[in-house]
Design a protein. Structure first.
Length: 364
C-alpha cells in the first residue's frame, strides 16, 4: 500500500457503494447496477470512471440532475431505428435498458441504430459494448457530454469547445472467449487524471494541455481553480480532433440530445448529460457469418505475433490490458487515494451511514 491510499476488496467496495445509493433513495436493483458498474471500472484500471464518481452522482441526485429509479423509454420507433430517452435517470440503468432494446431489435432486423439521449453519466462506454458482445452482437458507440463547462480544444483551437467525447467498438469473442473492446476518450487524457496531478501538485507530460493563450503547458492548474482556463488537447492531432467532432454531432444533434454548445453548457454546474448513438449489428446476418469468427481469431493471432518493440513486453489487443488489471486488482484489492476515500466517506455520512456502518461495509 502506497502512502496516502487505502486498499479495498472489490466486493466490499461494491457493498459500500450500493449502501450509499440505497440510503440516497435508489431501489436495490439500481443501487447494485451503479455499484457493479463503477467497481468494474476500478478493477479495469479506469479509476477516473470508478467509485470516485459517487460524490458527484449523489450531489446530482440531490440537485435533481439525476433522477433516481428512472427508466429509459422508446420515444420514436422505426423498427431497426429507435430513439430512446434516458429521462435523466442513472446512466447505469438507462444505458443498459437502451442496449437491451438494441440487442432485441438487432436480433430481429440484423441491425439496430439506437439514439440514446438525456442520460445522467453513463460511465465506461465499454460496459455497453460488452453488454452487446455478451449477447453475440458487434457494436459501435459515439458519445457526447454536456451539462457542464467545456474541457477539450478542437484541433488547432486555443479554447475548449466540447468535452472528452468517448468512442467505443466491441467485437464479441468466440463462445467462452474474450471480446475485443476498444473504448477511449477522444481527449489526450481524462479529466480525472488532470485532477489527480493537480491534487498531487505534479506536472503532467508534455503534449496533453494548453494554457488559456493556447500555448503548450504541463501545469494541470490550467484546468482547475478560478481560471483563466486552458484546455485538454484532442488525441491524435486532426484525426482524434475530427472524431471528437463526429461524436458530438452523431450522439448530440442526431439523437435530439443536443451538442455541447452554449445552448447546453451550464457554467459552474456539476451536472453530467450523456447522449450516445449506438449501432448494434448481428454478425449472423452478414455474408461472413460462417467464417468471420475464425477469421477474426486468426487475424488477432497474426497481429499479436508481431515481435514487440524494445521495452514492450507483448503486443496486446484492445480489452486485454483491462482484463490483466482486473486479475491483479481482484487479487490484491483496489487502491483508492485518500482524497477520493475521504470524499466517498463524507458522501456516505451525508446520506446517513454511520462510521461503524462504513467500516463494517468497506472493511476499511
Ligand atoms: P485509455 O486511454 O486507457 O484507452 C483505453 C483503450 O485502449 C482500451 O480499449 C484499451 O484496451 C486500449 N489499450 C490501452 N493500452 C493498450 C495496449 N497496450 N495495447 C492495446 N490496446 C490498449 O482510455 P481513456 O481514454 O482514458 O478512457 C477511459 C474510460 O473513460 C473509457 O472507458 C471511456 O469510455 C470512459 N469515458 C467516459 C466518458 C463519459 O462521458 N461517460 C467520457 C470520457 C471517457
Amino acid at each position: 500500500m502506497a502512502v496516502g491510499e487505502v486498499i479495498v476488496r472489490a466486493d466490499r467496495l461494491a457493498d459500500f457503494v450500493k449502501a450509499i445509493c440505497e440510503r440516497d433513495g435508489s431501489d436495490p436493483a439500481e443501487a447494485a447496477l451503479v455499484a457493479e458498474n463503477l467497481v468494474l471500472a476500478n478493477l479495469f484500471g479506469h479509476d477516473s470512471h470508478g467509485v470516485g464518481m459517487i460524490p458527484r452522482y449523489i450531489e446530482n441526485t440531490r440537485a435533481g440532475n439525476c433522477h433516481r429509479n428512472g427508466h429509459a423509454t422508446i420515444v420514436l420507433d422505426h423498427g431497426p431505428v429507435i430513439t430512446v430517452d434516458g429521462n435523466k435517470g442513472y446512466g447505469q440503468v438507462v444505458a443498459r435498458e437502451a442496449m437491451q432494446f438494441g440487442i432485441e431489435r438487432a436480433r430481429e432486423h440484423g441491425v439496430c441504430v439506437v439514439g440514446l439521449r438525456n442520460c445522467h453519466h453513463i460511465g465506461r462506454i465499454g460496459a455497453w459494448g460488452e453488454q452487446c458482445a455478451d449477447a453475440g452482437m458487434i457494436s459501435t458507440h459515439y458519445v457526447n457530454v454536456h451539462g457542464h463547462k467545456s474541457l477539450v480544444a478542437p484541433f488547432g483551437g486555443a479554447e475548449p469547445r466540447f468535452t472528452t467525447n468517448p468512442y467505443c467498438c466491441t467485437i464479441p469473442g468466440p463462445p467462452g472467449g474474450e471480446h475485443i473492446v476498444l473504448d477511449f476518450a477522444t481527449s489526450q487524457v481524462a479529466m480525472g487524471k488532470v485532477r489527480v496531478a493537480y491534487n498531487k501538485r505534479e506536472a503532467m507530460e508534455a503534449g496533453l494541455l494548453i494554457d488559456h493563450e493556447g500555448n503548450p503547458t504541463t501545469d494541470p492548474g490550467v484546468m482547475w481553480g478560478n481560471g483563466p482556463f486552458g484546455a485538454i488537447l484532442p488525441f491524435g492531432l486532426h484525426k482524434g480532433g475530427g472524431l471528437a467532432v463526429i461524436c458530438d454531432i452523431l450522439a448530440g444533434a442526431l439523437t435530439g440530445g443536443l451538442t455541447h454548445s452554449p445552448k447546453t453548457i451550464k457554467a459552474n454546474s456539476g451536472d453530467i448529460v450523456n447522449n450516445m448513438l449506438s449501432i448494434v449489428i448481428d454478425p449472423a446476418k452478414l455474408g461472413g457469418s460462417e467464417v468471420w469468427q475464425q477469421d477474426t481469431q486468426d487475424f488477432i493471432a497474426w497481429v499479436k505475433s508481431s515481435r514487440p518493440q524494445p521495452g514492450v513486453e507483448a503486443v496486446l489487443v484492445p480489452g486485454e490490458p483491462e482484463r490483466m488489471r482486473r486479475a491483479q486488482r481482484l487479487g490484491k484489492g483496489i487502491a483508492i487515494d485518500d482524497t477520493t476515500w475521504n470524499q466517498l466517506s463524507d458522501t456516505a455520512r451525508l446520506v446517513g451511514l454511520t462510521d461503524a456502518e462504513i467500516r463494517a461495509l468497506s472493511g476499511v
